[in-house]
Design a protein around this ligand. Structure first.
Ligand SMILES: Nc1ncnc2c1ncn2[C@@H]1O[C@H](COP(=O)(O)OP(=O)(O)O)[C@@H](O)[C@H]1O
Ligand SMILES: [Mg+2]
Length: 472
């Protein structure tokens, strides 16, 4: 399938290239200097990007990697000229942007296809937007459709297609304009694992063949492995205090990349350490001396003093009590200390799947990450070995160190009848997070508060209620 597509592609590409002068390898295509971006929020400006200096050159695949909310999509949109920076500049081939970037085209996570148009018409849209006359559109769209393996689907409507085929339409629509830079915002994350893997493989095969109709790729992803598989350069964005480039990794691994090679694993490890913002140096030497009740090292490692941790700068990960308890028990079984990559491997999971649980253990003071290892604290070991009643008590105490859980509990204590509408907390959080992020955090806070018997939640009335035991 891949090879077949590939051959069609090669022929199609020959037809596509009409001698258009292409930037030579190494030519500077995109450049930001001192780029900052802040969004207007209810209580002032929300800084998202702070002083980004980034260059994208012909011939390279650049991955923008970071956790959710680190400003990856915002940076991509600034590069595409879809969002104006608050300060600093974005230039395409040396010319500062004043509107949409003429050298880029975008592929979105959600495909963004028009359901009432066929595949062919959806792809032609890309050309229409660039003012290509109607009679030239059909041919070019047909070639892009061939190139990306959609031959035979021209007259299908999006609803008749699988997710993978829909995303191919997204690719064809972007590639049909032959942009110098293809921009992709988490293009594989809405697909199932196998489909994503297949599409990634085909795309990279095309790219390596040198017949790709673009000269550079900028890929936004939160998936470390995807970045290491695809990119020549990985730019890691940090989220605290707000979007800056935390580190850049050159990926010198040969293509196609071998997931099983030691070099691959070693790079994953290094990127992982950077992404979690913790290195051996920032971890206190004797982890288990962290006193019960003391806030764990995570905040300190990022330069945030424990007493300055607030719901605004400490988002709750999407991790339920069952999952994080399971992880704590597994680490306890391994002697309280284990390599994260190995652990994920043994569970058949991606490291990214385990990250929210790891974040949760750290927030609760149950564990800390040191190098690539997850190490239980005393509190964490006690929690992992406790019976249900004891573990609930430990959890209640730990929960009060978690800003959002503490906010809900203390607010309820101050409410005359011990209840508050969820909308109250939604409003508080909405100043800092998208509504999706607010929902996820409240789900986590509800789960944690219930388990610790701090408060309950009535879904019908959308109301939090203080647990009797926690009223004291
Ligand atoms: N149009 C917008 N208006 C206000 N805030 C926004 C807007 N777009 C994004 N944000 C906020 O900016 C931050 C970064 O968002 P985003 O760039 O989407 O990050 P990522 O793609 O890394 O998840 C988030 O806190 C988000 O809530
Ligand atoms: Mg995004």
């Amino acid at each position: 399938m891949v090879l077949n597509t590939f051959r069609t592609l090669r022929n199609a590409r020959r037809a596509l290239v009409e001698n258009a002068p292409r930037p030579a390898d190494g030519e500077l295509l995109l450049e930001t200097v001192g780029l900052t971006k802040a969004y207007a929020g209810a209580d002032g400006e929300l800084p998202v990007l702070g002083g980004i200096d980034l260059q994208v050159r012909a011939g390279e695949v650049v991955a923008l990697l970071g956790k959710s909310g680190s400003g990856k999509s915002t940076l991509l949109r600034c590069l595409a000229g879809l969002v104006p920076p608050s300060s600093g500049t974005v230039a395409y081939r040396g010319a500062p942007l004043t509107g949409a970037n003429p050298g880029t085209a975008m592929v979105f996570q959600t495909f963004a296809l028009l359901p009432w148009l066929t595949v062919q018409q959806n792809v032609e849209l890309g050309l229409e937007a660039r003012g290509v006359p109607a009679d030239e559109r059909a041919g070019a769209a047909g070639q892009a459709i061939d190139l990306i393996g959609l031959d035979g689907f021209e007259s299908a409507y999006p609803k008749e297609l699988s997710g993978g085929m829909r995303q191919r339409v997204g690719f064809a629509r972007a590639l049909v304009v032959e942009p110098d830079v293809l921009m992709m915002d988490e293009p594989f994350s809405a697909l199932d694992v196998l489909t994503a893997e297949n599409l990634r493989g085909e795309l990279m095969e095309l790219w390596e063949s040198g017949q790709f109709p673009t000269r550079a790729i900028v890929l936004v992803t939160h998936n470390i492995e995807e970045a290491v598989l695809m990119a020549d350069r990985i730019v890691v964005l940090g989220s605290r205090p707000y979007g800056t480039i935390r580190e850049t990794f050159e990926v010198a691994l040969e293509r196609p990349r071998d997931r099983d090679s030691p070099d691959f694993a070693e790079l994953i490890d290094r990127v992982y350490r950077t992404m979690t913002g913790r290195t051996k140096e920032t971890i206190p030497p004797v982890l288990n001396s962290v006193r019960a009740g003391e806030v764990p090292v995570a905040g300190r490692a990022e330069g945030v003093e424990p007493d300055r941790r607030t719901p605004a700068n400490t988002p709750l990960p999407g991790a339920g009590v069952d999952g994080l308890s399971g992880l704590a028990e597994m680490v306890a079984h391994r002697g309280g200390d284990c390599d994260l990559a190995d652990l994920a491997d043994d569970l058949g999971l991606e490291i990214d799947d385990v990250l929210p649980l790891v974040d949760a253990l750290e927030l609760l003071g149950f564990a800390a990450v040191s190098g690539g290892d997850l190490v239980l604290t005393d509190r964490g070991s006690t929690f992992a070995g406790a019976d249900v009643q004891r573990s609930k008590r430990i959890f209640a105490e730990a929960g009060m160190d978690v800003p959002l859980v503490r906010l809900i509990t203390t607010s309820l204590r101050q409410s005359p009848d011990g209840t508050l509408r969820a909308g109250f907390f939604r409003d508080v959080l909405a100043h800092h997070y998208t509504s999706e992020q607010v929902t996820r955090q409240l789900e986590t806070a509800t789960d944690w508060g219930r388990y610790g018997e701090l408060y309950g939640y009535d879904a019908e009335r959308r109301e939090y209620r203080l647990d009797e035991g926690a009223a004291a």
